[in-house]
Structure formats: C-alpha cells, structure tokens
Design a protein around this ligand. Structure first.
Ligand code: LHQ
Length: 263
C-alpha cells in the first residue's frame, strides 16, 4: 500500500500535518491536495484543535506542484493551469489565511514554487538553518502563484520581491529571517522542538483573540487607517464578551497564569 501523502496527528490541542511525498520533495499532486483539504477541514470543524503545525517529511518542505503531473507533451493541447489554481492552490491559501486558529509552519528544507508561498501564507514561519526559499516559477515561464505576488512585496518590499521572483535564486533561511520574510531561523536540530513549543503555547492561548489578531493583521494592508480603527473597535467589542478575556484580565489582576479555554 502506498504511504499516505499527508500525515495527520492531533494531541493536546495541536494538530501536526506533515506533507509526506519525500521522494518528490513533497511536491503536490491532486491526491495530496485532497488529503490536505480534508485535514484542514477537520481542523476547522473541531473546537478541541486550537493550532496547526505544518511541516514536511524528509529533506525538503515542499517543491510546489509535482511537475510530472503538468508536463505538456509535444503537440498536445495546453493544460489549463488557471483551473489548477482555482480548484487546488487558491482554496488552500484562502483556507490557511481564513482559518480562525494560528498556523505554525516549520520549514524543514527547501521550499520552492508554490511550496514557498504556502509557507508564507502561514502565520508564524520558522525555518531550519539549512532550509531555503526558491521562487522557482520564472525558471519554467510562470509567475509566483499561491499568493506569492501578494505576500512577497508586502513582506520584503518591491525591490526584493522582484529580485526573488525574476531571478528564482535560492534565499537561505538566514537571509529570509534577516529580510523579514519569515519569523525565525533556527538550528536544524532545534526546529521541531521550537515549532512544538510555539504550537503548545498557542494551544493553551485565547483562541478567539488569536484568530482576530490574525484577521486584523491580514486585512490591514487593504484598509485605510479609518477603516482599520473601525475594525479594531468591532473586534475588541466582540472579544470583550469572551470567557477568555474575562479570565485573562482576572488572572492578571490576581497575579496568576491564565487558564484559557479558547472560548
Ligand atoms: C520534483 C519537483 C517538482 C516533480 C523536485 N515536481 N519532481 C501551480 C499551478 C499549476 C501548475 C504549475 O505549478 C503551480 C505551482 C508551482 O509550484 S510551479 C513551480 C513548481 N516547482 C518547481 O519548479 C521547483 C522544481 N524543483 C526544483 O527546482 C528543485 O528540485 C529544488 C530547488 C526544489 C531542489 O533542488 P535539489 O535539492 O537539487 O533537489 P533535486 O532537484 O535533485 O530534486 C530531488 C528529486 O525531487 C528529483 O527527483 P529524482 O528522481 O531525480 O531524484 C526531482 O526531480 C524531484 N522534484 N521538485 N516540483
């Protein structure tokens, strides 16, 4: 029996999802997209799951689309790549961004093509020192997809976004951290411990508040200051009614650690 293309494991409020096609650097085929969609659907439905940790098996994180599935034979009709994006990659990016729970991405090795941009669509990206980020699309005549043209200039500015996208060079994890593309670069041996510590922290956090932080920061680049102030007012009003806010404020006053329930 073939190995499952996605590994899914939940404990103590954390779901670890591992992309598992290591012989192809965890590049995506249709089956892997479907399994990942199911896994994220379960995460969304289950209130006991409060954080996702996404990583890759083997020496790579993800090399984007499995190009073996998208090669056009000489003389054959072109493949509609727009259809692939609208049915597979775009829903994945929207799901990661819209999930009302933090998504930690542990980039264990090379992240190329859509694989790099799927990582950037997560909320906290930590990478092993030996990992790298490659906007490989220009090497095959495509543009950065999976949100690449959205995230890159917002994260690193126009000059670096254009350099990465037009040249397709490898960016080391250390430079990715220095450029502000990712949260942190850590020693390879420390990667999963650090990622699990972060995930554990989120799993006992005020889940609704964390979800709205994620939403407010995501909406910010497209809002005026006025609109963003209004959004902050609305979200704060809503969060002020949660059990976790009551607990957080009371715990602070009582000089004890809060016991958040995610409600
Ligand atoms: C692969 C792949 C791969 C198949 C490594 N496919 N086998 C969306 C809409 C629809 C269609 C188009 O795409 C998209 C989104 C996209 O993601 S487009 C961009 C697709 N990805 C790429 O262009 C990256 C291609 N890969 C690479 O450039 C290199 O493999 C990187 C830089 C990721 C890693 O280089 P190395 O560390 O030197 O490893 P390698 O090249 O030797 O790869 C290891 C094996 O994995 C190798 O197979 P083999 O049988 O020779 O050991 C590769 O053929 C295979 N592999 N990426 N995307």
């Amino acid at each position: 029996m073939a190995a499952p293309s996605i590994l899914f494991e939940s404990h103590d409020g954390v779901t670890e999802i591992t992309l598992n096609r290591p012989e192809r650097l965890n590049s995506f085929n249709l089956e892997m997209h479907e399994r990942l969609r199911e896994a994220l659907g379960e995460v969304k439905r289950r209130s006991d799951i409060r954080v996702v940790l996404l990583t890759g098996a083997g020496r790579g994180f993800c090399a984007g689309q499995d190009l073996a599935d998208r090669v056009v034979a000489p003389g054959a009709e072109p493949i509609d790549l727009g259809y692939t994006l609208s049915t597979q990659y775009n829903p994945l990016i929207r799901t990661l961004q819209g999930l009302p729970k933090p998504v930690v991405c542990a980039v264990n090795g090379v992240a190329a093509g859509a694989g790099a941009n799927i990582a950037l669509a997560c909320d906290i990206v930590i990478a092993a020192r030996s990992a790298s980020f490659v906007q490989a699309f220009c090497k095959i005549g495509l543009i950065p997809d999976s949100g690449g043209t959205y995230f890159l200039p917002r994260l690193v500015g126009r000059a670096r976004a254009l350099g990465l996208a037009l040249l397709g060079d490898r960016l080391s994890a250390e430079d990715a951290e220095r450029w502000g593309l990712i949260w942190k670069c850590v020693d390879d041996v420390a990667l999963m411990d650090e990622a699990r510590t972060l995930a554990g922290q989120f799993a006992t956090g005020p889940t609704k508040g964390l979800a709205e932080i994620k939403r407010a920061i995501s909406e910010s680049p497209n809002n005026t200051l006025d609109a963003q102030l209004d959004l902050e007012r609305d979200l704060q009003r809503e969060l002020g009614c949660t059990e976790d806010y009551r607990e957080g404020a009371r715990a602070f006053m009582e000089k004890r650690a809060p016991n958040f329930k995610g409600r």
